[in-house]
Design a protein around this ligand. Structure first.
Ligand code: SF4
Ligand code: SF4
Length: 79
């Protein structure tokens, strides 16, 4: 499955704002807490849901990958 946002159920107030901005419509409310539809493959990880959530209840973390020092040294010009 593709990368999916993380939902912190304890922080969700069920306001529905994230549902309104989710273009592929994969978010729904269940028992007044946001959740994914049954087969949420359409998530494009746009992070709009995270951007509009005022309580921090939905997160789209990403990994920062940096070039290793060894690799950088290997390609550094001879001065
Ligand atoms: S915007 Fe945040 S608090 Fe509102 S329903 Fe979505 S996850 Fe829950
Ligand atoms: S990352 Fe984008 S597509 Fe995925 S659930 Fe959030 S708003 Fe919807």
């Amino acid at each position: 499955m593709a990368r999916m946002p993380i939902i912190c159920h304890e922080q969700c107030t069920g306001c529905g704002v994230c549902i309104a901005v989710c273009a592929p419509h994969i978010l729904v409310l269940r028992n007044n807490i946001v959740s994914f539809i049954e087969e949420p493959q359409e998530c494009n990880y746009c992070a709009q849901c995270e951007a509009v959530c005022s309580t921090g209840a939905i997160l789209c973390p990403y990994e920062i990958v940096t070039a290793s020092t060894a690799k950088y040294t290997e390609h550094a010009p001879n001065l």
